[in-house]
Design a protein around this ligand. Structure first.
Ligand code: UT7
Length: 316
């Protein structure tokens, strides 16, 4: 079976650092509440001149440079986002323009909220497979968000949770029996964001959904690939809440050290959270050739998605 293998990663975080203490000056909250309920200590918001587009371009540029590929070798570009700067042109088209990607390839955004990067990878794999005679076997997949633009900064139940950022990955479509992907959705208004905002969420309902969807999706990709938890080097979950990941680890009887967490530093960056985490692991030298990673997203839609990928070559 042909699957996606990870070649390189990139990331970008905006310049305005916002701590829990800063937010407690704005709304009736505290560092203690936010930390114990979510594991989040700080997040980054876009500063003057920064947007979802500038972050996506920076992350994609870095991933492409690290891949050692020329722009002409990219066969499709897909960006997962719910907070694109423009409805059109898509963020992916703006990345295409800035990076000089080919013009005869598919380029688009997908909105699957916090599952957007996994959905984006799934779409990219399908697009590459569809063009089987094309020698361009590489996909540029991005997750980017400027959620600070969509937040009600007077609503303490949401404004403490989210952050801005972008991550990107270059994948190669190659023979790989260990690859698996599982995508699903259930129309539900538990998380809503009208165009222009604000983000609204029934936190408890989404928490219940997440602690079910996460282990279920992880099981689905393991079963599809014939692998077990022990075969995995990393599990990179959407970084919504530390307690959701802890719950999943406990339910699975898994080794917590395999479950990467960074929500303490970035908050919940929706579609960007998984590629930002992959990029951090790569930059720390903790992604080496042959490693197997499960990436699991869940969020608005409601949507969920998981994929099991292999690291090909050094990721950075
Ligand atoms: O990325 C998409 C996926 N999203 C998620 O996975 C999010 C899933 N949900 C969660 O992570 C959690 O439900 C939250 C972190 C959003 C909320 O935590 P919780 O433990 O479920 O709290 P809660 O909503 O049940 O609220 C508990 C209390 C309430 O007060 P009362 O009614 O008990 O008096 C809230 O009003 O905490 C209060 N509260 C706050 N207090 C201080 C809510 N937000 C805050 C706040 N600071 N920021």
């Amino acid at each position: 079976m042909k699957g996606l293998q990870l070649i390189a990663t990139g990331g970008a975080l905006p310049g305005r650092l916002v701590t829990n203490e800063d937010l407690s000056q704005l709304v009736d909250t505290s560092d203690e509440w936010i930390t114990t309920r979510t594991g989040i200590r700080q997040r980054h918001f876009c500063a003057e001149g920064e947007t979802a587009t500038t972050l996506a371009v920076a992350a994609a540029r870095q991933a492409l440079a690290r891949s050692g590929l020329a722009p002409e070798q990219i066969g499709c570009c897909v960006c997962g986002t719910l907070s694109a700067q423009y409805a059109t042109p898509s963020t992916a088209c703006l990345v295409q323009k800035e990076l000089g990607l080919p013009q005869d390839i598919p380029v688009l955004d997908v909105n699957a909220a916090c599952s957007g990067f996994i959905y984006g990878a799934g779409v990219a794999r399908g697009l590459l497979a569809m063009r089987e005679n094309d020698t361009r076997r590489y996909a540029l997949v991005i997750g980017c968000e400027q959620l600070s633009r969509l937040m009600d900064m007077t609503d303490r139940s949401t404004c403490v949770l989210f952050g801005d950022g972008a991550g990107a990955a270059v994948f190669e479509l190659a023979e790989d029996d260990g690859f698996a992907i599982d995508l699903g959705a259930r129309g539900d208004m538990a998380i809503t964001t009208p165009a222009g905002g604000p983000i609204g969420m029934d936190g408890r309902a989404v928490f219940r959904f997440a602690v079910d969807a996460l282990p279920r999706t992880l099981h689905a990709v393991l079963e599809a690939s014939g692998k077990t938890l022990e075969d995995l080097d990393w599990v990179v979950c959407h970084q919504a809440n530390s307690r959701i990941i802890d719950h999943c680890v406990k339910k699975l009887g898994a080794d917590p050290a395999k479950f990467y967490k960074n929500m303490d530093r970035h908050g919940n960056t929706s579609a960007a959270s998984i590629p930002v985490a992959l990029n951090e692991l790569a930059e720390q030298g903790r992604l080496t050739p042959g490693m197997r990673i499960a990436c699991i997203g869940f969020g608005g839609g409601l949507t969920w998605g998981g994929m099991l990928i292999t690291v090909k070559g050094r990721a950075v």
